[in-house]
Every structure is written in C-alpha cells, then in structure tokens.
Design a protein around this ligand. Structure first.
Ligand code: EPU
Length: 432
C-alpha cells in the first residue's frame, strides 16, 4: 500500500450477501485514550483494522501505554504506570482524536503538554469548549509555540453547560471528571452511541456515571488509583454501516449487515425509508443486524445534519451521493461544520448536478453518473466517492485512498464480496 494507491470501480449488478460491520473508529480511539486512566492490561474486541487505530497506538506508546494487535479485532493495551504526559506534534497533527488524551492525563496526573490537534481538513475545528469545561474544574491552560500546557492540582467537580453538544468536549470533560473531587454535571452533553460506549467502558473500570445516553451526564469522581483495567467490545460503526446501505441504495440488491445497530441509526433509517430503501432491523445488542433491500430509482428528500440523534454530518457525503442519482431535487443543510462540501466538485466530475453554497447544497438527481478520476478529500467523502463509482457507468478511479484507510476496514474487500466490481491498485504493481 502506498499514498498513490487508487480504488477502481465499475458499475456492476445488484449487491447481494452479508457484510460484517466493524467497530466504530470514533469509539475505539476514545477507549484507547481512556486506558491512560488506570494501570493494568486492557482488552478491546471488535476493533476495526484502520490506520487511525495504529496512529493512536503510536501516540499512546509515546506517552507510555503499549498496544498489541492480536488479530481478529482484538487489541491488548498495557498501562504499566510509567506515563509521560506529553503528546508530540508529529503524532497529534495526524489525528483529531489525539485531543482525547487531554482529559485522562489532566484528571489523573494534573499535567499535560499537548500540541494542537490536526485531523480532517474541513474548516476550523476549535477546542474552546474542551478548555472552558476543564477550566471550570480547576485546570489552567497556556498556549506556547503551538503547545497547550495544561496544569491542575486536583480537578474538582463542576456544573458545566456546553454551548453545543460537542462530541470531543463531552469526552474530555467526562474522562477528566472520573478522577475529579466531587460531582461533575455535563449539561447539553453529546449523546452519540460512541459516547455511551465510552461511558460503559469507564463504568466497567469503576467510574460512577449516571445519565448515560442522555444529554445530562453526572459523574461522581473517584480517587486516582481506584479505577482498574477492563475488557470491552467496541460498539459497531454506524457510519461504516451507512456506507454499505448507501452502496446497496445506488446499486440495488439485498444485503444483511451483521452487527449493525438499527437503534443507533434510527433517524437515518427513517430518511432512507423516505428515499425508497427497505431496511429491517433484526436482533438486538451484539446480535443486531440490518437487512436492506433496494430496487429502482431512489426518491429525493431534504436533509439537515444535527448532533445525535439527528442525522450525523458524517453521513452527509453518502446522502449527497444518493441524492445525485435520485429522482427529484434534494436540499442538504450542514449544521455542524463550515465548508464540508469540498467533495461536491469531485461528484460533479462524475456528472452530478449539485450547487453548494455555504451551509447548503441543492442536489438535482440525474439518471446516471459517468465514471472519471476523482480524489478523496477526507474519510467520509472518500467512501462516498467509492459509492458514487458504483452508480457510474464506466470506470471511476478514486485517489487519496489513505483518507479512506483512516476509517474504513477493508471497504474494497467487503464491497467486492457483495459482488461489486472494485479493486485497489498500487501504481507500478500488478492489480490485486
Ligand atoms: N466545536 C467548537 N469548539 C469546541 C469543540 C467543537 O467550536 O471546543 C465545533 C467544531 O468546530 C464543529 C462542531 O463544534 O463545528 C462539532 O464538533 P465536535 O466536537 O462535536 O466534533 P469532534 O469531536 O471534533 C467528532 C468526530 C467527527 C464527527 C463529529 C461530529 C471523532 C474523532 N471525530 O469530531 O468525525 O464529524 O464528532 O459528529 O470522533 C470522522 O469520523 O470522519 C469525523 C470527522
């Protein structure tokens, strides 16, 4: 694999079969950071085989927690207690979730040096809410030469109302609060399933958290040293699941998504239903799955992204792709990020009729896209371009595959197993 890899897609017939949905990137990275909270050996299962897990493992190794990949989605992490609370720039700039070491390190050790985080390039993504929340708990911050120097004697509980239910701010305040003196209440907390997953992990470590899954979390701090290592299965990835739903939506067919949690995708499934997709949720918890059936042309809808339980911004490139070939006109409104429509130009290269301006895109469905070379600008948009390739006659070649590798566990192999005509090629090497 190289940075020049491409994914080649040609339109094929309907997709059929079963696909297993891996664990969620946006949970596992946070669980990994939370291993800083206690000494001992942690085991995570249902861990996706994605590049960001490797980067997070490198970052934690630099701080003092070792990771061992055991295969079959099993990751063992050992915290021997020799923690150095410094997150170096070379690693932090590669992944936004590196910011998640702030809460655990500050709460447990009272000191952190953290370079400002990088990650996807779609508009400015400040961390003011993280810092304000932690300041209310007694932390002080100084920004010097691009490094946030955080200190606190011992954090104390506080009542914190977030201006916006930020995922990262909720996580950092939560993982700091488990070691604070007294109770912390986070109001207007984010309530994504990945946040609940983190809460369950922390509770299994011995933390006291009430209100899991709601927008008010109450955390009663424990003494540093009272938390212990644990085992945990990562929640299935609702964004990867949505990607396979979108693939079936534009290709037609009948597919079962093993592990996909319909209860975590409720709003999206309702809107997909409005577009003409038949999705049936089966089983519950670890035995959950979704069956999807699609035939004929999709219908257009209007969609606005919102924090959970609304339609996630990470679904949006997939929805825009589906609308590109749907019957009618759809208006898509982005409420989370400024300027997250960069992939629109790439979809236009495939013949999509989209006008994006500020927070809105107007998508006029066309009967068929036509294959062309395109470039993935970020993880989710990259996956959406692959889905678009399934709907395009001729060949679509997607570059920037390293973005897709950050969050997708063998997207190409999984789609090929469902009957898609797709392959990954490394320039200069025979295709495989
Ligand atoms: N924001 C602030 N100040 C803050 C924090 C956030 O202004 O202190 C703003 C952000 O700039 C953004 C909005 O609030 O406009 C939402 O940010 P949030 O903190 O909720 O997002 P995040 O924690 O940075 C996570 C996911 C994203 C996903 C968002 C929204 C991870 C590692 N990232 O980011 O996922 O889009 O929540 O659901 O969990 C992806 O996986 O491809 C991805 C980008």
């Amino acid at each position: 694999m190289t940075d020049d890899d491409r994914i080649l897609i040609r339109r094929a017939g309907p997709l059929r079969g079963e696909v297993t949905i891996p664990g969620a990137k946006n949970s596992v990275l946070k669980l990994m950071a939370a291993t800083l909270l206690a000494d001992g050996e942690f085991t995570l299962t249902n861990v996706p085989d994605i590049a960001d897990v490797g980067i997070m493992a490198e970052l934690l190794a630099a701080i003092g927690v070792e990771s061992r990949f055991e295969g079959h989605g099993r990751l063992t992490m050992v915290n021997r207690g020799g923690i150095r609370p410094v997150a170096p720039y070379e690693l932090v700039e590669r992944i936004r979730a590196s910011i998640n070491v702030l809460g655990p390190l500050l709460g447990r050790f009272g000191k952190v040096s953290l370079s400002l985080p990088g990650g996807d390039d779609f508009g400015s993504r400040p961390i003011d809410m993280h810092l304000k929340g932690l300041e209310a708990m007694g932390a002080t911050f100084e920004l010097r030469h691009g490094v946030v120097e955080a200190t606190a004697d011992r954090l104390h509980g506080a009542d914190i109302t977030l201006e916006f239910p930020s995922v990262g701010a909720t996580e950092n305040i939560l993982t700091a609060a488990v070691h604070a003196k007294g109770a912390t209440v986070i109001d207007n907390a984010a309530r994504e399933p990945e946040i609940s997953d983190l809460c369950h992990f922390l509770v299994a470590m011995g933390a006291h958290i009430e209100g899991i899954g709601t927008s008010t979390l109450r955390i009663e701090g424990v003494e540093p040293g009272e938390l212990h290592a644990t085992q945990h299965a990562v929640v299935p990835d609702r964004i990867q699941a949505a990607t396979y739903l979108a693939a079936v939506a534009v290709s037609g067919g009948e597919v079962v998504l093993r592990g996909a949690r319909g209860d975590h995708m409720d709003m999206l499934l309702r809107r997909f239903h409005d577009m003409g997709l038949t999705v049936t949720a089966m089983g519950a918890g670890a035995d959950a799955s979704l069956a999807v059936w699609a035939q004929g042309r999709l219908r257009s809808i209007d969609v606005a992204t919102l924090p959970y339980p609304g339609i996630a911004t990470d679904y949006k490139p997939l929805i825009v792709t589906m609308l590109s070939v749907a019957d009618g006109v759809g208006i898509v409104t982005e409420n989370l990020y400024p300027g997250r429509f960069r992939y629109v130009e790439e979809l236009q290269r495939l013949g999509a009729d989209i006008r994006a301006d500020g927070h809105h895109a107007v998508v006029r469905g066309v009967p068929q896209l036509s294959g062309a070379p395109v470039k993935a600008p970020d993880i989710r948009a990259g996956a959406a371009l692959v889905v678009a390739g399934l709907a395009a006659e001729g060949e679509t070649s997607v570059a920037g595959v390293h973005h897709i590798d950050r969050g997708y566990d063998d997207l190409v192999g999984r789609l090929a197993a469902l009957g898609a005509d797709i392959e990954r090629v490394t320039p200069g090497r025979a295709s495989a």
